[in-house]
Design a protein around this ligand. Structure first.
Ligand SMILES: O=C(CO)COP(=O)(O)O
Length: 138
C-alpha cells in the first residue's frame, strides 16, 4: 500500500483550532504519514501522541521544506490554518507554499470548515486521485 503524506501547519493564533481539528479527525489522519512545521508538529505530537515528522519552524524555512515536498510530488494534502489577522515575517514563504499547492494541484485547506470537507471526502482516501497531476510538458 502506498503511504500517503499529509502536512499540518498553523500560525500561532490558529494552533488551537488545528489541534482541535486534528483531535476530531484523528482516525481519518492516522493512516497517513504526517509532516508539519516545527512548532505545529511538536504541539500535535505532544498533545495527541501521533507520530509527526517535523521540519523547521515556519519562519526558519519550514514552509519551504514542505514546498520542496510538493515540488517532488511527495505531498498529498496540506492543512494550513494561516492567520489572516496578524502579519507573519515570512509571508513570502507562506505565499510560496500556497502557490505551489496550486501549481501542483495539491488539495489545501486553510479553515476548519474546508478541512472538514477535504478530510471526509471519499477522494481523500482514493490513492488514484492525486495521480491527476498537471502536465507541464516535462
Ligand atoms: O509559521 C508557520 C507557517 O507559516 C508555522 O510554523 P510553526 O509550526 O513552527 O509555528
Amino acid at each position: 500500500m502506498t503511504v500517503r503524506t499529509v502536512a499540518l501547519v498553523a500560525h500561532d493564533h490558529k494552533k488551537p483550532e488545528l489541534l482541535a481539528w486534528v483531535k476530531q479527525h484523528r482516525a481519518l489522519l492516522e493512516p497517513f504519514k504526517l509532516v508539519a512545521t516545527g512548532t505545529t508538529g511538536k504541539l500535535i505530537s505532544d498533545e495527541t501522541g501521533l507520530e509527526v515528522l517535523r521540519f523547521k519552524s515556519g519562519p526558519l524555512g519550514g514552509d519551504q521544506q514542505i514546498g520542496a515536498l510538493i515540488a517532488e510530488n511527495q505531498l498529498d494534502a496540506l492543512f494550513f490554518f494561516w492567520d489572516p489577522l496578524n502579519p507573519a515575517p515570512h509571508d513570502p514563504d507562506v505565499k510560496a507554499l500556497l502557490r505551489l499547492c496550486s501549481v501542483w494541484n495539491v488539495p489545501v485547506a486553510c479553515t476548519p470548515a474546508t478541512a472538514d470537507l477535504v478530510v471526509t471526502s471519499p477522494l481523500f482516501s482514493d490513492t488514484e486521485h492525486r495521480r491527476a497531476m498537471p502536465d507541464y510538458g516535462k
